[in-house]
Every structure is written in C-alpha cells, then in structure tokens.
Design a protein around this ligand. Structure first.
Ligand SMILES: *[C@@H]1O[C@H](CO)[C@@H](O)[C@H](O)[C@H]1NC(C)=O
Ligand SMILES: *[C@@H]1O[C@H](CO)[C@@H](O)[C@H](O)[C@H]1NC(C)=O
Ligand SMILES: *[C@@H]1O[C@H](CO)[C@@H](O)[C@H](O)[C@H]1NC(C)=O
Ligand SMILES: *[C@@H]1O[C@H](CO)[C@@H](O)[C@H](O)[C@H]1NC(C)=O
Length: 382
C-alpha cells in the first residue's frame, strides 16, 4: 500500500516536472526550447507567437513541433540554406497560422511543397535571404509554384530576398511564379533591393488581381517597363532610388488612368532617380503641376545634367521654373524695347507734324506780333 502510494506520487511528480520543463517557454516541445512561445500584443490584438530569433538553428526540423495555436512564427537570424518539402511536417494542421517571418536565414533554395497547409497565412516575410529561383534546373530548384499553397496571402515581403546574381533570371521568373501561385488576394508586394532592371515580361504583375501596393524601391529599373493598366486595384507604386531618367507621355497617361480607377487615387514615390534636366523633364514638371496623381516629395525631386564632364544636380522645380522665368524676362525686355520704339515713332511723328503746322501758321503769328508791337509803341507816345 505504502509502495503504491510512493510510486504514484513519484509518477505524478515526474510527469509534472517533465511538463514544466517543456513548458518553461510555453512551447510544449524540447526541440523548441531555445524559442519563446506565448501571447504577444501587437497591431491592436494578441497573437500566439513562437519566436526563434538568433537561435542558431541549422535546419527546420523543430518547426514540425509548432504548437497548434501558433498564429505568428518568427524564425529569423538562423542559418538554413535549404527549405525542404513540408517545413511544418506531413500531418500538422496549423489553421491559426497567419504570419510567417523567415527573415535573414541565408535561405538559398525553397523546394517544392516546402510550404504546405498554410491556407490561412496572410503575411509571408522572406526578407534578406539568398534565394535563387532560376539558374540551372539540376543544381537549383526551379519551382514556380513556390507560393502556391498560400491561398489567403495578402502580403508578400521579398526585400533583398534573392541572391545578387539572379537579376535577369529573377525578373524573368517572377511572372511564372505569380501565374502559378494563384495569389488572388495579394494586396502588398515588396521587392526592394533586388537589383531588378528589366522585366522580360511586361505583364509580370498582371496575375495579381488584388494588388494595391507595390514596392520596387532600390532597384535599377530604368523606366516603366511593367504594365500598370492591368492592375485594376493599384493605388501605390514605390519606385524610389531606381535608374529612371525620364517618363514618356505613355507612362504619364498610364499613371493618370490608374489614379482615376482607384477611389484612393494613385500615389507615387519617385525620390532618388536620375531624371535628366532637359525638355522631357519640363513636360514631366508640367504634368506634375496638374495631375491628380499624388507624388510624394514633389518639391524636392531632383534632376541632373552634365556639362564639360561635371555632373550637376538641381532641384527639378527650380530648374523648370527658372526656364519659365528666363522666358518671361525675355518677354519683358522685348516689351520695353517695343515701347521705346513706339514712343520714338510717336515723338518723331509729332515733331514732323509740328514743323508742318508751324509753316502753315507762321504768317498769322507774324501779323499778330506786329499789331501788338504797334499798339505798344503808340501807347508809349502818349
Ligand atoms: C521576437 O524576439 C525578438 C528578440 O527577442 C524581438 O526583438 C521581437 O520583437 C520578437 N517578435 C515578436 C513578434 O514578438
Ligand atoms: C549568398 O550567396 C553568395 C554566393 O552564393 C555568398 O557569397 C553570400 O555570402 C551569401 N549570403 C548570405 C547572407 O548567405
Ligand atoms: C485559385 O484560387 C481560387 C480561390 O482563391 C480558387 O477558386 C481557384 O480554383 C484557384 N485556381 C487554381 C488554378 O488553383
Ligand atoms: C542606369 O542607366 C544608365 C543609362 O541611362 C546606364 O548606363 C547604367 O548602367 C544604369 N545603371 C544601372 C545600375 O543599371
């Protein structure tokens, strides 16, 4: 009897201790012992967060043990070159998972079906990785369906996500990825700092029917080389710090049309582009002054011009208005000259007329003068 009691007590104690140990960080799994799990208040609500930041993980095996209530996964600053199939395990259902943040993990390859059962994820963050999606099919894995299970994805963050040498391949493959991933709800797309130049396919974003905001800052895009007209919900384009020297009338018209389509209008970010100070920029300035498109920092946009090998950077507004001022100064001078000429002509005319009048009138003048003279003398005699 005594024995049984002691055994029972020991058992209970053992279970309790094991439970406490695994639960010490709220994660229910020893594999996740370096992470923090628990409720966090963010963006005006509470999330159940599993936070594995700088935990030194070399693979993702621990992610198969994510608690079912996980709403936000932070898995950042680890070193995981490959995301293998089924990162979250074969038969785990993470119905509550809304945010996956895998920033800065040195990820190179995302294999097919890596993300599975992520139907409720709204935000996927893969910033600052080294992803190659193109290149040789044998060595690197060309998976255009990489985001295909994110049926409800609203935000995709791919800032500096791709390896530096993937530029042309990346721009080519992006459309493939978007077509095959069926991202019908995608609202925000971040593609900053990816050294993007040319999109081989101008319809690259046309299969994202709900796209509202697109971030393309800090790339090398030289002009509007992607179709804007197909993005019916577009309301913001970030193109700052690119390589744009001018816009064509077609570009400006496309911006105007987009602004009319959306109830919020269209907002553009164009800071830090090397616009040329020339006739085209005057047209651009004229458009800036009258368009309904909202241009951030309109007054501080700059343009550049080179003279004798030196590059000058000018404020675009000052440049355009200085030209305008020069023209009106020239007009003023012209007007003054014309006025002087006109006045001289009038004066000359009056002078000539006066001479003619004088000749006609002089006999009368003379007789009057004489009369006055005589009268004067007579009176003196008295
Ligand atoms: C995750 O942990 C890191 C480091 O402790 C912290 O800076 C970050 O805010 C946490 N993230 C969330 C969503 O709680
Ligand atoms: C990205 O890959 C390149 C070469 O493939 C390598 O030199 C670089 O260190 C990698 N960067 C990171 C952050 O892993
Ligand atoms: C794309 O997603 C929608 C729902 O978001 C679904 O109705 C449609 O069948 C999907 N299409 C493909 C090709 O998977
Ligand atoms: C920017 O455009 C100029 C030509 O307008 C080109 O010479 C230069 O290489 C481009 N820079 C980058 C980083 O693509």
């Amino acid at each position: 009897m005594y024995h049984v009691k002691a055994l029972l007590l020991g058992l209970i104690l053992h279970v309790f201790l094991a439970e406490t140990k695994a639960n010490i960080n709220g994660c229910h799994s020893s594999l996740l012992k370096d992470c923090n799990c628990g409720r966090v208040y963010r963006d005006q609500r509470t999330y159940f967060v599993v936070n594995c930041t700088n935990t030194g993980f070399q693979d993702t095996s621990m992610l198969e043990e994510l608690p079912e209530e996980t709403e936000w996964l932070v898995f950042t600053g680890n070193h995981v070159p490959i995301l293998d199939s089924n990162v979250f395990g074969e038969d785990v259902v993470l119905n509550n998972l809304e945010i996956i943040d895998m920033t800065n993990n040195g990820i190179r390859d995302i294999r097919g079906k890596a993300f599975h059962r992520v139907m409720n994820v709204k935000r996927l963050i893969l910033n600052h990785n080294n992803i190659t999606i193109s290149e040789n099919d044998d060595e690197n894995f060309h998976h255009p369906r990489v985001f295909s299970n994110f049926y409800n994805l609203e935000e995709l963050h791919l800032t500096n996500a791709f390896a530096d040498n993937t530029d042309s391949g990346l721009a080519e493959d992006l459309h493939d990825i978007f077509v095959n991933s069926n991202l019908t709800k995608l609202y925000k797309l971040h593609l900053e700092q990816n050294e993007i130049k040319n999109f081989k396919d101008e319809f690259v974003f046309c299969d994202l029917p709900n796209l509202h905001d697109i971030y393309l800052g800090n790339n090398n895009i030289p002009n509007v080389n992607f179709n804007i007209n197909c993005m019916k919900r577009l309301r913001y384009i970030d193109l700052e710090q690119n390589n744009i020297t001018k816009f064509t009338q077609k570009d400006l018209d496309a911006f105007d049309r987009a602004a009319q389509r959306h109830e919020d209008g269209l907002t553009l970010d164009l800071d830090g582009n090397p616009f040329r100070c020339d006739a085209a920029v005057k047209i651009f300035y004229g458009w800036l002054m009258k368009t309904k498109v909202i241009i951030r920092n309109k007054r501080t946009l700059q343009c550049q011009h080179s003279r004798y090998g030196t590059r000058y950077i000018l404020n675009l507004t000052n440049f355009a208005e200085a030209k305008h001022a020069r023209v009106s100064r020239a007009l003023t001078i012209l007007l003054v000259v014309l006025t002087i000429v006109l006045l001289s002509l009038v004066a000359a005319f009056a002078y000539l007329r006066k001479e003619a009048m004088k000749n006609k009138l002089s006999p009368i003048f003379d007789s009057i003068t004489r009369k006055v003279h005589y009268t004067h003398i007579e009176s003196q005699d008295v």
